[in-house]
Design a protein around this ligand. Structure first.
Ligand SMILES: *Cc1c(COP(=O)(O)O)cnc(C)c1O
Length: 354
């Protein structure tokens, strides 16, 4: 599909075909044998390369490690009957550049991005789990490399892309803890950017609540702790009265514009369901759960896909969601039908690896 215009050098791994138990794959612990790489220096990208997956050598003063010019993406490739497809790589590429812009990092052209991806996926196609069982998670990582302890936007950068055959991220419905005090993002901050530091900001809460059996944190707005933002790694959807679907809006710039979020909104609208991108207060959520008119909550993201909630805890009070989740099920079956090639790709979201 893409004609190669940039030279990519390929250094092959000696590793043979995978011997993996596809049905018991963990998330994010198994890596395919190759990675892709490009360097930015002297104002341009160069040295595009596929090389064996291996440890990095880094200067101790690598500026990204110190000052956080580090961002990433997460997307998935799926094996279908006779091909491998990427889910909306154009959207992930656009978001990578949006993140880069906010962090004063250079843009990455579509040509470089997609050519590195295609070359890598062709080489490690055997590492994509069988259709319906799992996915090949694709992780672009982009960081500043100046060996400099002063603070300024780095002049050199490195882009890496590696892949990981994965099974499910969550195996059970979510047990949600609503964080009442700490914040993950604020208006004008970097909450809408897929940068490394945003996840570090969520881990204190997670390590405390995990012992109590919670599986995810739901974050509220950083100013009033009143409006629902999102989970640490997923967007959030609420089903009201069984048929209205509400998800927080993007305009405050405090949540990530999930590709899964946008895809699901698009699908639900095309299906004629009532969807709303609007502010939803935690007090409204609590009222709705107590009265029973919030009938489902689900999280969405590339890694976790679509996952329903089992319970939600806010300020010492726990609410349990109904076990029947018709809207979540509908969205899930659409998504899995689409990626497995069982449903028509009505909106051209699947990008074949040729
Ligand atoms: C990656 C991510 C999401 C989900 O985005 P997708 O594009 O759907 O994978 C949501 N929230 C946060 C904070 C994320 O990092």
């Amino acid at each position: 599909m893409t004609t190669s215009t940039l030279p990519i050098s390929v250094r092959r791994s000696e590793q043979g075909a995978p011997s993996l138990d596809w049905h018991n794959l963990p998330f994010g612990k198994v890596f395919s044998p190759h990675m892709a790489q490009a360097w930015y220096e002297n104002g341009q990208w160069s040295k595009l390369e596929i090389l064996p997956f291996e440890d990095l050598r880094l200067h101790p003063a690598t500026s990204g490690l110190h000052y956080g010019q580090v961002l990433f993406e997460g997307m998935k490739a799926f094996k279908q009957k006779d091909r491998i497809v990427l889910f909306r790589p154009d959207k992930h590429h656009a978001r990578l550049n949006l993140s880069a812009y906010r962090l004063a990092m250079p843009q990455v052209s579509w040509e470089i991005f997609i050519q590195l991806l295609m070359e890598l996926l062709r080489l490690d196609a055997l590492w994509a789990p069988p259709a319906g069982v799992g996915a090949l998670y694709v992780r672009p990582l982009y960081f500043a490399t100046d060996p400099y302890v002063g603070i300024r936007a780095s002049e050199t950068y490195r882009l890496l892309i590696f892949t990981s055959p994965v099974g499910p991220y969550y195996t059970e419905p979510l047990k949600i803890y609503v964080e009442p005090v700490l914040s993950r993002s604020v208006e004008g901050g970097v909450g809408a950017v897929k940068m490394a530091g945003n996840y570090a900001a969520t881990l204190h809460t997670m390590s405390h609540i995990r012992q109590q059996g919670y599986t995810v944190t739901l974050w509220l707005d950083g100013r009033h702790h009143q409006w629902v933002d999102e989970f640490s790694t997923m967007n959030v959807f609420f089903v009201l009265e069984g048929d209205s679907i509400v998800t927080p809006p993007l305009h405050r710039g405090t949540i990530l514009a999930g590709v899964t979020r946008e895809s699901i909104l698009h699908y639900l609208r095309e299906e004629g369901l009532r969807t709303y991108e609007r502010e939803i207060a935690i007090s409204e959520v609590v009222t709705g759960l107590r009265a029973g008119w919030i009938t489902e909550i689900f999280g969405t993201g590339t890694a976790a896909t679509i996952i329903p909630a089992y319970s939600l805890t806010y300020q010492e009070e726990t609410f349990y969601l109904p076990q029947a989740t018709p809207i979540t099920d509908k969205v899930k079956s659409f998504y899995s039908g689409l990626i497995q090639g069982k449903l028509p790709d009505r909106w051209n979201w699947l990008y074949p690896v040729d």
